[in-house]
Design a binder for this molecule. Structure first.
Ligand code: OMD
Ligand code: FE2
Length: 455
């Protein structure tokens, strides 16, 4: 049990009541006008404490049970009570994948700049910047990859994404996320997922930066384990979700709901806090996970295993085995493979690979790839270890050794061919123009007279 988080487990059926209102969940309680106890009544004629019942659906009503997601929220006022939405500027958030010409080069970004609070106050919603993406929120198939850089808490403002799920990877600064389901503190080396339609507001405690993988039209799942067996990788019980927390707060000056809808931002006003859910139950919730809990599987004999062994979460497409996007990490582990070039191999991939670094270094590139920066190796764009890494690891003694100690690199791997935005290629001014040079020192070792060494 982790303090403040009553709910453990991935995708479970949870129930939560704010302790200030015992009995606020109608589930299974005695309805006083009747003699008997009813079962799981979701929508009573009159809810306990005079609350409104509201369902949040995360899947089509008719989805098969394993994919069916919904939660019931018992709230002081329903979400529908608000003034009309109107368009607001999107800043650097976009779903326009045609802003600039395609670029198949290996791309690498220096750490993205965080605005100084002394110069400009920027909150999470205003600090969203789209780097790359593909697909279409309207047809419910695609992804967006965003950076958030901010220095100020959201004040009487919350965000609601109608387009998809946000997998948030804090890199610098913890974030306190208030959601309709309760509060979650998420620190660097933890991740959280705020699913489609869940209202949330972000408090920060200084200069703050992180990465977001947005997926339209699918939810994140734990990957199948196949021959690994029943346990391993990210274990379901290490996923935590918040407990019900409400505020009954009038906001005479207006509370702003920001809605991302079809790739654009809209805002509306209401005169009360949207975090007015006293109790909830269901299997559609926000959740968080500490990457330290990942049970790493790695090669113990020879050769380099594909990075799919490090998949934390996957958002599946309808093609078997093909993800819209996988979230993959490169955690600290033992490297013991014999006769093997241990770092990542040289490769070209039919998937797109966006990488970020939470802390430390990345094993294939000791220099240049920095925490808070990123790289993109697009579909079939060749990449692999830099010259220095190749030389070092071709001659290294193959004793058991700790790999990636104190570091955490990750990859958003997608079957979509992603477009980079104008902000990503130009406006952010963080593109490392010299990236290609890290492979320039690779030289031919070819020896036509080579003979196998005698054993
Ligand atoms: O390109 C990368 O650095 C990511 C990666 C790591 C690895 O161990 C194997 C394949 C791969 O794409
Ligand atoms: Fe790769």
């Amino acid at each position: 049990m982790v303090a403040g988080y009553q709910c453990h487990g991935f995708g479970n059926e949870f129930s939560s009541e704010d302790p200030r209102c015992p009995g606020s969940l109608p589930e299974g309680q005695v309805i006083h006008t009747q003699k008997h106890t009813l079962g799981s009544l979701n929508n009573p004629q009159v809810c306990p404490y005079g609350l409104y019942a509201e369902q949040l659906s995360g899947s089509a009503f008719t989805c098969p049970r394993p994919a069916n997601k919904r939660s019931w929220l018992y709230r002081i006022l329903p979400s529908v009570k608000h003034k009309p939405f109107a368009p607001v500027p999107c800043g650097n958030l976009t779903e326009n994948w045609n802003e600039v010409e395609p670029d198949p080069n290996q791309l690498r970004w220096l750490p993205f700049t965080i605005p100084k609070s002394t110069e400009k106050k920027v909150d999470f919603a205003a600090g969203l910047h789209t780097v790359c993406g593909a697909g279409d929120a309207k047809s419910r198939n695609g992804i967006g990859i965003h950076m958030y850089t901010c220095n100020t808490s959201m004040a009487d403002r919350c965000f609601n994404n109608s387009d998809g799920d946000f997998l948030i990877v804090p890199q610098q600064g913890e974030i306190l996320i208030t959601t309709e389901f309760g509060k979650m503190m998420v620190e660097p080396n933890e991740i959280c997922v705020i699913q489609q339609g869940m209202r949330f507001s972000v408090d920060v405690f200084g200069e703050t930066r992180g990465y977001i993988l947005e997926v339209y039209g699918a939810h994140f799942e734990l990957p199948d384990l196949g021959p690994i067996g029943a346990n391993g990788l990210a274990n379901p019980r290490d996923f935590l979700c918040p407990v019900a927390w409400y505020e009954d707060r009038k906001v005479a000056t207006g509370y702003t709901i920001i809605n991302k809808y079809q790739g654009k931002l809209f805002a509306c006003q209401q005169d009360f806090s949207p975090f007015n859910v006293v109790a909830w139950h269901g299997n559609y919730t926000p959740y968080k996970y500490n990457l330290e809990n990942f049970m790493v599987i790695n090669c113990v004999a020879f050769d380099h295993a594909d990075p799919s062994i490090f998949t934390v979460l996957t958002a599946k497409s309808t093609r078997p085995g093909v993800a819209i996007a996988d979230f993959v990490i490169f955690p600290p582990r033992w490297g013991v493979a014999d006769h093997t070039f241990r770092p990542p191999y040289y490769h070209r991939n039919c998937m797109s690979e966006f990488m970020g670094l939470i802390k430390g270094h990345y094993e294939a590139k000791e220099e240049g790839f920095q925490p808070g920066g990123a790289s993109l190796h697009s579909i079939m764009t060749p990449h692999g270890p830099d010259g220095e890494c190749f030389e070092k690891n071709s001659t290294a003694e193959l004793k058991p050794e700790r790999v990636a100690e104190g570091t955490m690199a990750f990859m958003f791997e997608s079957s979509f061919s992603m477009a980079v935005t104008k902000w990503g290629l130009q406006t952010c001014q963080r593109l490392d123009k010299n990236y290609y040079q890290c492979w320039e020192s690779l030289r031919s070792h070819f020896n036509p007279n080579w003979k196998p060494s005698k054993q």
